[in-house]
Every structure is written in structure tokens, then in C-alpha cells.
Design a protein around this ligand. Structure first.
Ligand SMILES: *Cc1c(COP(=O)(O)O)cnc(C)c1O
Length: 422
């Protein structure tokens, strides 16, 4: 029995239709920008395997660090114990983060990093004796993860449809524009005494369709919120570690977050790890003689040493490889390709670029995740040796930083070929 057939007997895949779906591709190995299947076909991983891979697949430097750490200390309970990789990672991360952060709280994925952030913010007010502030403010069309808390602050969409009655109440606002910001601030003003925190994906709403909005407007909104002591939580799970051209997207704004969430690229895309970092003001609310003010949250694999070692190795590579310069070169190529397809007479609109990210909508069917054209394009791209995974009719690329100009041109050529066929 082939791997695909064995898989069909025992596995349930994420975000995948279980009936009439397309069978998964058995991947045997990966290297740099490429995934290789069991028949020896190579595919350029143009979306960094769900936005995680930074320096390329199976990077020998990270692999070596993981191996050495696994031989030394693979795991230890993180309540009552500590270890070098966790401490060193916090020491190295904190000065790099966009804001004045003083503590790192570890978890193991993006959803847990946002759950931790929201719990941390809500209990901050509770610990201070302010029992009114417990609501969360979030953007429409947002995505912050798949657990109940992170689903609650995400868009009410096809992803969350079965659970709407069970999600907690959130105040939703639109991403800010010159036209709507006054009304948005007025709405927030009416609720300011009840709002504990605001959670946002800075500059790009990823799973919501790679929607971009202006730094200047976000800065204005953050300034308004900060005047009202609302805790600002930047969800940089996708945008972190250079994706947008700066180390963190929050660097584009003067107003900095009070809490930041990181995962995906944190370990270069090799191990599952989440970070939630907060300012000292928030941390101090938990430093109390009262045991009830403890943050009762943790996961079995909190601060797993192998994952922390992988993150340290990825930070080394970000510096050694001058990744921000690489991202800027990829952005330039993306910009010139954006011009090419805008002038190509294709049925597309809203071509946009930020860092390694290039996205646009196809003018066919509805603007939604279930638009069938996405999976059709995936199949066609695979036949061209490129892996694309559009979000409905939103086509995007987000390649690993190791991608060469020649490989990028192959991805662009593939996109043009697919567009010509529509
Ligand atoms: C992917 C993502 C998450 C969820 O991360 P997981 O590791 O998939 O749980 C949260 N926020 C943003 C912005 C993301 O892109």
C-alpha cells in the first residue's frame, strides 16, 4: 500500500475536506526552497509551508543545534526548573522586540501565544481590582488562531460557523482608514471602561486574505487606545522575523504594543514554539503576596529546550545571512512582478506587496475562502513544480528567504501561466 492510501485509512488533515478531497502528497524530504515527493518530483515551496520556513527547509545549521540539544536536555518541566536555551532566547529576543518588553512567557504555537496574551491582559485588570475591564477589541476579518479564545477574536467566518454561539463577545471594528477612524474611535470611547485589550495583526491580515492596511492609520488608532490604557496586543505570529521587510511589522508604527505574540518563523519553521512577551507594567500586576494573583497557565511543552535551541539557531541565521537585506531584494522582485501582472490584462485586482509577501484577488466567483478556484490553482501550480495555496480567490506567495532569483522567476512564470489559463 502506498503512503497516500495508508494515510487515507488513519489520518485526519487540518483545513481539509474529508470527502471529495484531493489526496495529500507524500513528501519524503525537503531542502532549501524545495519539497520532494516520493516520485522524485520537486516543488518550490512558495508559501513557506504555511508561513513558517524562514531560512529554507532542512537547514544544516539549525538541524545540528537541534541534534546537540536533544542529546543534552530534551525536555524538563518548566514550573520549578529552568535551562540555558530558554533563558538565552529570552535574553536575546527582548532587546530585539518592538517596544519595552520585560518578560517572555513561552507556549507552543501561535494560537496559544494569543490565548496567553488575552488571558494575561484580562487578568492584569482583575489583579489590579478593576472588575469592569474584560472585553476584547479586535478587527473584523482577523485571524488569531483556532482555539476557543483565539477563534472568539477572529472573524466570524466559515472557520468558526459551528461555534458562534459558544464564542465570547468581542467588540469588532474595521481596519482603520482616513474615512472610518473618527467613527471607530467614537465607538471605542463609548466602551473604553470595559475594554481590557485590543488584539491586531499589524499591517497584514493573513488568513483573512492577506489584506493590508496603512501603518499611519494603525498608528493613530494605537495612540487613541493607549491614551485610554487599553492594552495593545500585536499578533506578529505571521509578520514576525522579517516577513514585512522589518524585523517586526510593529516597527513601522511609532506606537508600540504592550504585548507581542510570536510563533511560526520563531524557530525558522523547524519546531513548534510560541512566545508572548509583555511590558513590565503588566508583569508587575502579577508580582503579589496574594497567591490568587498568579498566572495559572502553562503547557506540558512550555519552553521545550529543543525548540528554544532551534529558535536561537534561527536568530543566528537571521543575523549571519543578513536576512533583512534578502527580504528587501525579494520585495524588489515582487514589486516589479506586481507591475508586470497589473499591466498583463489578467482578470485580477488589488495587487499588493509587502516584504516577501505578494498577493492579489482573482476576478472569478465570490471573494471567499470556499471559492473553488483556489484548489484548482493549487493543482495546476503543482504540475508546474511550484506549490501555491490560495486563500479562496486570493493568490499569494510568501517564499522562504533562501529562495534564489531564478527560483522566484519560476514562481512568477507559473503564476502568469495559471492566469493566462483563466
Ligand atoms: C497562523 C496564525 C496564528 C495561529 O498560529 P498556529 O500556530 O497555527 O496556532 C495566529 N495568528 C496569526 C496572525 C497567524 O497567522
Amino acid at each position: 500500500m502506498g503512503l497516500s492510501e495508508r494515510d487515507r485509512q488513519v489520518i485526519w488533515h487540518p483545513f481539509t475536506r474529508q470527502k471529495n478531497g484531493i489526496p495529500p502528497i507524500p513528501v519524503t524530504r525537503a531542502k532549501g526552497s524545495f519539497l520532494y515527493d516520493e516520485n522524485g518530483n520537486a516543488y518550490i515551496d512558495a508559501i513557506s509551508s504555511w508561513w513558517v520556513t524562514l531560512h529554507g527547509h532542512a537547514h544544516p545549521y539549525i538541524a545540528e543545534k537541534i541534534y546537540r540539544q536533544a542529546l543534552e536536555l530534551e525536555q524538563v518541566i518548566f514550573a520549578g526548573f529552568t535551562h540555558e536555551p530558554a533563558v538565552q532566547l529570552a535574553e536575546r529576543l527582548l532587546p530585539l522586540l518592538p517596544g519595552r518588553f520585560s518578560r517572555v512567557f513561552y507556549s507552543d504555537n501561535g494560537s496559544t501565544s494569543t490565548e496567553v496574551a488575552m488571558k494575561m491582559a484580562i487578568q492584569y485588570w482583575w489583579n489590579r481590582g478593576d472588575k469592569r475591564r474584560k472585553k476584547i477589541l479586535a478587527f473584523r476579518n482577523a485571524y488569531h488562531g483556532d482555539t476557543f479564545g483565539s477563534m472568539s477574536v477572529s472573524d466570524r467566518s466559515v472557520f468558526t460557523l459551528a461555534f458562534h454561539d459558544l464564542l465570547f463577545e468581542v467588540i469588532f471594528i474595521d481596519t482603520p482608514t482616513v474615512e472610518n477612524i473618527a467613527a471607530t474611535c467614537e465607538l471605542i470611547g463609548q466602551h473604553q471602561e470595559e475594554i481590557a485589550a485590543f488584539i491586531y495583526e499589524p499591517l497584514v491580515q493573513g488568513a483573512g486574505g492577506m489584506k493590508m492596511y496603512a501603518a499611519e492609520m494603525l498608528n493613530q488608532l494605537l495612540a487613541y487606545l493607549k491614551q485610554r490604557q487599553i492594552i495593545c496586543i500585536a499578533d506578529e505570529v505571521m509578520t514576525g522575523f522579517g516577513r514585512t521587510g522589518r524585523l517586526f511589522a510593529s516597527e513601522y508604527m511609532e506606537q508600540r504594543p504592550d504585548i507581542i505574540c510570536l510563533s511560526k518563523g520563531l524557530t525558522g519553521g523547524t519546531m513548534a514554539l510560541g512566545v508572548t512577551a509583555c511590558t513590565d507594567l503588566i508583569y508587575q500586576a502579577y508580582c503579589s503576596d496574594d497567591a490568587y494573583k498568579t498566572f495559572f497557565h502553562g503547557h506540558s511543552f512550555t519552553a521545550n529546550p529543543i525548540a528554544c535551541a532551534a529558535a536561537l539557531a534561527s536568530l543566528d541565521l537571521l543575523v549571519q545571512n543578513q536576512s533583512l537585506q534578502t527580504v528587501s531584494a525579494i520585495q524588489k522582485s515582487n514589486e516589479s512582478f506586481a507591475e508586470t501582472i497589473q499591466q498583463g490584462g489578467y482578470p485580477i485586482r488589488s495587487v499588493r506587496v509587502l516584504g516577501t509577501l505578494l498577493a492579489f484577488e482573482i476576478d472569478q466567483g465570490a471573494d471567499e475562502y470556499l471559492n473553488h478556484i483556489g484548489s484548482v490553482l493549487t493543482q495546476q501550480s503543482l504540475a508546474e513544480g511550484v506549490y501555491l495555496r490560495p486563500l479562496g480567490n486570493t493568490v499569494y506567495i510568501m517564499p522562504p528567504y533562501c529562495i534564489t532569483e531564478q527560483e522566484l522567476q519560476k514562481v512568477y512564470g507559473c503564476i502568469q501561466k495559471l492566469l493566462s489559463g483563466i
